[in-house]
Design a protein around this ligand. Structure first.
Ligand code: N7H
Length: 480
């Protein structure tokens, strides 16, 4: 049974937020930090607390009360370098403790160019913001809330605990990135315009009112020390009830993406119906993602959006690519959601090998950042202001979770030995988060072998791997 008072809130339930700080820090004084941490622990928002907060939000909505429920959340995570600085032995966090060449230990900077496919600078370093290149990031506070005033106040409280601004400071702020959900009706949509946050793993024994969709997963896929966590039996006590966090700061080139859709708009749908330029652009975008902007999956409604279906939680995730294992008619093999979660392409196939998808599933969190596209940007089809996604996902195995998905599914388009032959020929690179100039097939439903080339629409600006410990781990081992 999961101890919901021991698990940090973002992992299983997602901190409720309109706005959020990702506050990266360096530990300047290890022993002092461990003392200060004792005072932070009561501020940490657990899963139990988030469930109560969500109930408050629901009640507020039901009663049609004005304004937003004031609330804030705080979570804390550490990089491997952070544990080294604190002199905490984190061997049992490693996927291979003997060699310690795992992703968490080496850190994302080393992983970025060779494994994740990020563009490199001439010196071989990833072409990131300097703040992520100096090996200084020891930890991350995620501070969430309903307004900027609330999260700024909470940040001041956190800073006070660690003496920031005084001679006794035990941390130094490296960088704070502010995320904001988009305004009005776009609030759950990412910057390209698609509804996000629909499909996340449903956890056995935790989630209630399970909607039809992919099979439920064991808690240990996301929370360490439980069934489904391969390293469950060898984790030290303090390393249980935690999760690994892969963070990515991703710019999105929205005007360029929109122009690409217009320039390459499909002329006909899969039934041979002629499309207007607007419809053709919309269908092309939907085929790149695997869902319409409304969120409706194209596996269910391939050629016409269905906003009602998109809104219905009983139907909007209940698709399996079941009738089209070797076909791209309804959904291209390389569509973002098909690549990142192949569902019945791999498992539960009536006459084929069944390869479990569960070990590769991730709990996606994160938030948008940046302003809406301006008129000038739209007209010039050129990004002038930074905007995108602060991508964050939780899992118990970074190699099988984030790294696997980004590497073999998204960046390089390796012929994936797990998929059927038909896929290998045409799978190619993910059109949304794939890097470099690349080609993709399957976009034209009537000519699925036709390949379309495309530039990168998402630009990585930084990232790191963290571990988000349990409350007991923080209290009894990390703090002193
Ligand atoms: Fe993706 N997008 O707007 O196009 N993603 N993603 N993602 N993504 C998903 O089903 C997007 C990124 C996954 O279970 C949706 O909830 C953008 C990375 C996974 O069917 C949309 C960026 C990685 C899923 C987007 C981005 C993933 C998923 C549909 C970057 C992992 C669930 C909404 C700026 C390495 C698949 C939904 C499933 C869904 C978009 C990044 C993974 C709309 C813009 C880096 C596992």
């Amino acid at each position: 049974k999961l101890d919901l008072k021991n698990i940090q809130g973002d992992i299983l339930s997602g901190l409720p937020k309109k706005t959020e700080f990702y506050y990266f820090f360096n530990i300047t004084d290890g022993p002092e930090f461990r003392k200060d941490l004792c005072d932070l622990v009561p501020l940490i928002t657990t899963v139990d607390q988030v469930l109560k907060d969500r109930k408050r939000i629901d009640d507020h909505k039901k009663q049609k009360l004005p304004g937003l429920v004031p609330l804030t959340g705080v979570n804390i995570s550490f990089s491997h370098l952070g544990f080294v600085k604190l002199k905490i032995n984190d061997d049992t966090l490693s996927a291979n403790p003997a060699s310690r060449t795992d992703a968490f230990t080496v850190g994302q900077k080393k992983d970025a160019v060779t494994t994740l496919g990020d563009p490199a600078r001439p010196d071989g370093q990833p072409d990131w913001d300097d703040s992520f290149l100096k090996n200084e990031i020891h930890g991350l506070f995620i501070i969430s809330g309903e307004s900027i005033e609330s999260i700024e106040k909470k940040k001041r409280e956190v800073n006070k605990i660690f003496g920031v601004g005084s001679e006794k400071a035990s941390i130094k702020e490296i960088k704070t990135i502010k995320g904001d959900v988009r305004p009005g009706d776009l609030h759950a949509h990412e910057h390209f315009g698609f509804l996000d946050g629909i499909s996340n793993p449903v956890i056995k024994g935790f989630d209630k009112d399970v909607n039809p969709g992919p099979p439920v997963v064991d808690p240990g896929v996301i929370v360490t020390g439980h069934t489904g966590d391969e390293a469950k039996d060898r984790r030290q006590d303090w390393a249980k009830d935690g999760s690994f966090l892969a963070f990515r700061w991703l710019d999105q080139l929205v005007p360029e993406f929109d122009k690409y859709l217009v320039d390459n708009a499909l002329k006909e749908d899969g039934n041979g119906q002629t499309l207007t330029p607007e419809q053709g652009a919309e269908l092309l975008g939907a085929r790149m993602v695997g869902r319409w902007k409304s969120g409706a999956p194209i596996d269910l409604v391939p050629f016409k959006d269905d906003p009602q279906l998109a809104k219905d939680p009983k139907r909007n995730n209940n698709f399996h690519y079941a009738d089209e294992i070797n076909s791209q008619l309804r959904c291209p093999f390389a569509a973002h959601v098909r690549k990142t979660n192949p569902r019945n392409d791999l498992e539960g196939r009536p006459n084929g090998v069944s390869i479990p998808v569960a070990p590769n599933r991730i709990m996606r969190r994160g938030i948008q950042f940046g302003k809406e596209v301006t008129k000038e940007e739209k007209e010039s089809a050129t990004t002038k202001l930074p905007r995108g996604l602060l991508f964050a996902c939780y899992q118990t195995n970074l190699e099988k979770g984030f790294q696997f998905i980004q590497q073999s599914k998204v960046s390089f388009g390796h012929a994936d030995s797990r998929t059927s032959k038909a896929h290998d020929n045409h799978i190619r690179l993910d059109p949304i988060v794939g890097q470099g100039n690349r080609v993709m097939s399957g976009l034209d439903p009537l000519d699925p072998k036709k390949e379309l080339s495309m530039p990168a629409f998402v630009v990585p600006r930084g990232g790191e791997y963290f571990f988000t410990p349990s409350l007991k781990g923080l209290k009894n081992t990390i703090a002193v």
